[in-house]
Design a protein around this ligand. Structure first.
Ligand SMILES: Cc1cc2nc3c(=O)[nH]c(=O)nc-3n(C[C@H](O)[C@H](O)[C@H](O)COP(=O)(O)OP(=O)(O)OC[C@H]3O[C@@H](n4cnc5c(N)ncnc54)[C@H](O)[C@@H]3O)c2cc1C
Ligand SMILES: NC(=O)c1ccc[n+]([C@@H]2O[C@H](COP(=O)([O-])OP(=O)(O)OC[C@H]3O[C@@H](n4cnc5c(N)ncnc54)[C@H](O)[C@@H]3O)[C@@H](O)[C@H]2O)c1
Length: 449
């Protein structure tokens, strides 16, 4: 056995890298991590966590809007973006510290600099130092894709949304996925004029079409403008008017104070030195891995967004954990990608697990669909007559649950619990046998006829 500096060197201290480092160390491995930006990665520093806090901050607008009907008089209510932004960023600092402490307490050495691959067992730090390791784990995540149109340099990505100097009065969002719609929801609630430009006529491609249709209807009702089947032709800065002019190919450009590009995230492999170890990429530019997350170089593994399997934090964490258990814990295991629950934190949020109605029909031919289209009690006091929609997709003969999809207040919280039933392979009968908890929104799931 050659003598290496470490048993494991992890490149990237995000969701997947931190979990893999911590668990490998707890299995007795000597572990080091390199992080070029901030410990915690996308989710903690500029993703899930600060995004959800902005969602919470923006939800006050709706509550305050209802308050009058509940008998409350709220005088002088106004919103101050820098206060929310700074509060969120202070909490991100706190979490970054906690992640750093976790690594430290597990004896993981952290190098606060960029690392690249110099060979099958060697990484090169930005400072020039070379370090050897028996295994290398690439967990460098993904980066916002910026399309190629004139003036794209005037646009921003989700990374910058958490640090805006001022709240944009007019926000244009390019894209129709998670990031686009979550930020559209946040800034619409905060009072910005929001326009979404989507290149196709379909939003949130992986979600149930009927649920997405309901989300679109509600978002339009709340004042978000949608331009479907459109691509940005160019963006120019109008110095005199102090704003951006966005050309969608129409007679008049659209005025915006900020243009957010949310057109997908690409694996962060540029300049990583993969060629030095024969690590191959897929056609889509992701690191090619097998079921065990092993790359085409036997001593190098990769987990998380850089492998572009499913770009979600719990998935990166599971992949990192499975890698550590397999390589250092003597418990080889793989990640099960079936039935991953997910949510979009729009207002109201939507969530789903398992097959959509379309997917189920394609796979099984015919299926049974139980649904409830209801007005949540919470919305009775609201000026918006918004309705929730829950759907249960079941196998026609066995009545086994194939998919659960919903939109409405607290949908992600309810769906996380309902996903257990799907994972456990339960049938519709188990839902029918469960006594309703009244009055709640979740009871709709056990009252479906
Ligand atoms: C705005 C936004 C909202 C999101 N919301 C959600 C959500 O609600 N729920 C959810 O499940 N997922 C969400 N995601 C996705 C989630 O953040 C990612 O799937 C997850 O962070 C992937 O983890 P990872 O370990 O693969 O990479 P990351 O967390 O991105 O970590 C990679 C790390 O590697 C570092 N790095 C890169 N290259 C190098 C190098 N050469 N040397 C050293 N360090 C390097 C980076 O600085 C980074 O810290 C969101 C993403 C975004 C952008
Ligand atoms: N709530 C969550 O779990 C959550 C939230 C945010 C992000 N994420 C993760 O991060 C990933 C990235 O998010 P995202 O919203 O950037 O990607 P996405 O894949 O969800 O959506 C990308 C959107 O951009 C559009 N698009 C692609 N190229 C374009 C172009 N050239 N011009 C205009 N539009 C274009 C696509 O049609 C699509 O609507 C997601 O896939 C998701 O896994 C998860």
């Amino acid at each position: 056995m050659p003598d290496f500096d470490y048993d494991l060197f992890v490149i990237g201290a995000g969701s997947g890298g931190v979990r893999a480092a911590r668990i490998s160390a707890s299995h007795g491995a000597r572990v080091a991590v390199a992080e070029e930006h901030r410990v915690g990665g996308t989710c903690v520093i500029r993703g899930c966590v600060p995004k959800k806090m902005l969602v919470y901050g923006s939800m006050f607008a709706e509550e305050l809007g209802h308050a009058g009907n509940y008998g409350w008089t709220i005088e002088g209510a106004r919103f101050d973006w820098p206060t929310l932004r700074d509060f969120v960023n202070r909490d991100v600092d706190r979490l970054e510290g906690l992640y750093g402490k976790t690594l430290e307490s597990h004896g993981v050495e952290v190098f606060a600099e960029r690392a690249t691959i110099a060979g099958p067992n060697t990484v090169r730090l930005a400072s020039g130092r070379e370090i050897t390791a028996a295994h290398i784990l690439i967990a460098v995540g993904a980066w916002p894709m910026m399309p190629d149109f004139p003036g794209v340099e005037h646009c921003i990505s989700s990374n910058e949304m958490f640090h805006l100097e001022e709240q944009p009065k007019r926000l244009m969002v390019v894209g129709g996925g998670y990031i686009a719609l979550e930020f559209a929801g946040i800034f619409n609630a905060l009072g910005s004029e929001v326009t979404v430009v989507n290149r196709s006529d379909r939003l949130l491609r992986s979600y149930d079409a009927q649920v997405v249709e309901r989300a679109l209807h509600i978002m339009m009702g709340r004042g978000i403008t949608f331009h479907m089947n459109r691509l940005v032709q160019s963006v120019t800065r109008d110095e005199e008017a102090g704003c951006l002019l966005v050309d969608l190919g129409d007679a008049d450009p659209i005025h915006a104070d900020q243009v957010l590009i949310a057109a997908g995230r690409v694996p962060n492999t540029s300049g990583l030195g993969l060629e030095n170890a024969g690590v191959e990429l897929t056609e889509r530019g992701a690191i090619k891995v097998d079921e065990q997350s092993r790359t085409t170089c036997p001593s190098i593994y990769a987990v998380g967004d850089v492998t572009d399997r499913v770009q979600l934090t719990p998935v990166a964490i599971r992949e990192g954990h499975a890698f550590a258990d397999s390589v250092f814990g003597g418990k080889p295991r793989t990640v099960d990608y079936a039935n991953i629950p997910s949510a979009v934190f729009t207002q109201p949020p939507l969530a789903g697990v398992g097959l959509t109605e379309e997917q189920a029909r394609q796979t099984y031919g015919s299926v049974k669909v139980y649904s409830s289209d209801f007005r949540p009690m919470k919305n009775i006091f609201s000026p918006h007559a918004e309705r929730g929609l829950y759907k249960l997709i079941v196998d026609e003969t066995s009545e086994k649950i194939l998919g659960i999809h919903m939109i409405g207040p607290e949908a992600p919280e309810i769906l996380q619990m309902a996903a257990i039933a799907l994972t456990a392979g339960l049938t519709k009968q188990a839902f029918d046998d469960t006594v309703a908890l009244h009055p709640s929104m979740a009871e709709e799931l056990v009252l479906l006829k």
